[in-house]
Structure formats: structure tokens, C-alpha cells
Design a protein around this ligand. Sequence first.
Ligand code: THU
Length: 147
Amino acid sequence: MQDQELIKKAFEARQRAYVPYSHFSVGAALETDDGQIFLGCNIENASYTPTVCAERTAFFKAVSEGHRSFRQIAIVGGYSKNEKRKEQTEVEMELDSFAPPCGVCRQVMAEFCDPESFRIILARSLQDYQSYTLKELLPLNFGPKDL
Ligand code: THU
């Protein structure tokens, strides 16, 4: 899938974030090797530690549906000036900054993805985005190869 299409799906997923504590909404769109897309959002909890990130929601949805090979993920997250205005009703597609995946999510990626080829797209908007390989974001990873 084209970068911008995948980013758009991540923005749609972000709308469903459950974030009553941080108000930091994150969305992810994960593409399998055979071109299927799984969406994820972050889901917080009153007890805080059960909170799950958007990226892991997407991965666990996909793996639990039988997928274990992945091509790329688009991630959008954070605050937006527009959302502070109460009348905002459309899907927000311009954020203040990029939201790099946390270390735990990078480790989950390392379980299932090729570090050299798996792409991690970080977007602020449909126009403003960057992409990295998993190896760039998690060098010298500990993974299935080490056991
Ligand atoms: N969060 C994600 O969804 N993905 C990340 O990689 C970083 C953090 C979420 C967790 C929590 O709901 C909120 O962002 C603030 O940490």
C-alpha cells in the first residue's frame, strides 16, 4: 500500500484511541506481507499499567488472526492544536509532532519482523512523514534468533 494511504488509515485508527488519562491519542496501521491491513489504537486503563499501545494492539490483532509476516506500519500520535477546539468533528490529520514507538513495541516488532526490511513510518500529517527500518530504531536486537 502507498505510504499516504497507510498513514490515512493510521489517522482513522487514532480516532478510536481510549485515552481518558493521558489524552495522547495514537493510531497505527500495520500491513502484512500479503497486503492486509490491521488497525490499532492505544487503550488506557484506570489502573494505568494495563494500558496498551496502538502498535501492539495492531500486532496482536494481526497475530491472533494468523498473520506473522509484516511489511510496514504507519504510526500517528500525539496532540493537535485543532483538537483543542471543541467543534472538531472530522478525522484529525495534522498533529504537533511525531510519535516514535516505545521500546516495548519495538521489541514486539522484533519478534515478527525482518529488521532490515520492515518499515516504520512516523507521520505528523499526510505530507509530513519519515520512515525508518526496524534495525535503525532497534539496533542489536534480542530476538527469536538468539534463543
Ligand atoms: N503510546 C502508544 O500508543 N504508542 C507508543 O509507542 C508510545 C505510547 C500510548 C500509551 C499511552 O496511552 C499514551 O501513548 C501516553 O504514553
